[in-house]
Design a protein around this ligand. Structure first.
Ligand code: PMP
Ligand code: GLN
Length: 383
């Protein structure tokens, strides 16, 4: 066949680091603390509720915006946790995963040439999501080593073309969180402008040491210009379900749904029916922070016997560790080598920077059984 002309819409994009590291871990039989997913079972009760929903006949398309009873229970949860009344008919849409919710929010809003402020290290889908829409990523580094936002720099990088600011709290990959001072800065910078916000809050419950999650949903003046994305996979230890939701002001959600209805139309019905029932038990999500905090601390206590140096993790299910006492290798080379030689997979943080910025830190996922964490830490202590 003659050479077929293919003009890539994402010419600079390769295979995501999560797939690269998980494939390598599987190939060499390493403990996989790379890609973020739990290795412990999800709730049996929730599994049973899905089976029950199927047996009850919930096997056809549900409403394109999401199973109504699930949206109602989500609105109640938002009111309870964040004191905000949102309308489940006009402000919540259930999606096949948080990643999809982010993509749809950006695609429904961005026009070619729009500028989007994105903080790096950034979750790896953000910049491709901006660029596939012809918009331009304005990258700002979070400040090492605590990965805070320098709001003075943000102010300087805002131009008449700035259309959106992307936030992520608790943050992947660094485990940093936004505080009330960040929110105040955001308010001051966006008030009176047309700048939109996308806030990725898939780790809303994974927040530690008594800190409060500063959800955009708490602040009505910010919510009116925002999309907020969530993931059931992260909350209920079922990342393979690929189910999430978006919350936004009605005018924004209307545009979101125009894109959503022609992309997947509706999301998996039986799991939504099950979640509508399961979410009535508030402990199912309120207990999560304490549960994961114990895992973070358990892993850290084992890692204390290694030459890795932890950076603080305030939330998410990740912790960054510096390895400058061990090696001067670039992060990706180091991560690949220790997967092969010591049998523990991690994620090089440089994969979350377009520039490949390399601070000699790798990300470990601690959402694992204690025995997995112990085994990994014992191997890492040998390096
Ligand atoms: N945002 C961040 C920061 C994440 O870590 C993840 C998890 N992969 C997602 C979004 C997407 O979640 P989901 O698996 O529901 O698409
Ligand atoms: N969110 C997960 C992580 O950061 C992985 C998601 C994915 O594989 N796309 O590890």
């Amino acid at each position: 066949m003659a050479d077929l002309l293919i003009k890539s819409k994402l010419p600079r994009v390769g295979t995501t680091i999560f797939t690269v590291m998980s494939s390598l871990a599987a190939e060499v039989g390493a403990v996989n603390l790379g890609q973020g997913f739990p290795d412990f079972p999800m709730s049996e009760e929730l599994e049973d509720l899905v089976t029950q929903a199927m047996k009850d006949g919930y096997n056809q398309y549900t409403h394109m915006n999401g199973f109504p009873a699930l949206r109602e229970v989500l609105a109640e949860k938002i009111q309870d946790l964040y004191g905000r009344v949102v309308n489940p008919d006009t402000q919540i849409t259930v999606t096949p995963g948080g990643t999809y919710a982010i993509y749809t929010a950006l695609t429904s809003m961005l026009q070619p040439g729009d500028e989007v402020i994105v903080f790096e290290p950034a979750y790896d889908s953000y910049i491709p999501n901006i660029e596939i829409n012809g918009a331009v990523a304005v990258r700002i580094d979070l400040k090492f080593p605590d990965y805070h936002i320098d709001w003075e720099e943000v102010k300087k990088r805002i131009t008449p073309k700035t259309r959106m600011i992307l936030l992520n709290t608790p943050h992947n990959p660094t485990g940093s969180i936004l505080g009330p001072k960040d929110i105040q800065q955001l308010r001051e910078l966006t008030a009176g402008t047309d700048i939109l916000i996308h806030s990725d809050e898939v780790y809303e419950h994974l927040i530690f040491d008594g800190a409060e999650h500063c959800s955009i949903l708490r602040y009505p003046d910010l919510l009116e210009r925002s999309f907020v994305s969530f993931s059931f996979g992260k909350v209920y230890h079922c990342t393979g379900w690929k189910l999430g939701y978006s919350v936004a002001a009605p005018a924004l959600m209307q545009e979101f749904r125009k894109v959503h209805q022609f992309n997947c139309f509706s999301s998996h019905t039986p799991s939504q029916v099950a979640l509508a029932r399961f979410l009535k038990n508030k402990d199912s999500y309120l207990s999560l922070g304490g549960f994961l905090q114990k895992k973070r601390d358990y892993f850290a206590s084992f890692m204390a016997g290694s030459r890795f140096t932890p950076l603080p993790s305030y939330g998410s299910y990740f912790q960054l560790y510096k390895y400058d006492r061990i090696s001067d290798e670039a992060e990706k080379d180091f991560a690949i080598r220790i997967t092969k030689e010591y049998g523990v997979a991690s994620i090089p943080v440089s994969a979350f920077y377009q520039s490949g910025k390399d601070d000699r830190v790798v990300r470990f996922c601690f959402a694992k059984k204690e025995e997995t964490l112990q085994k990994a830490a014992e191997r890492l202590a040998k390096i």
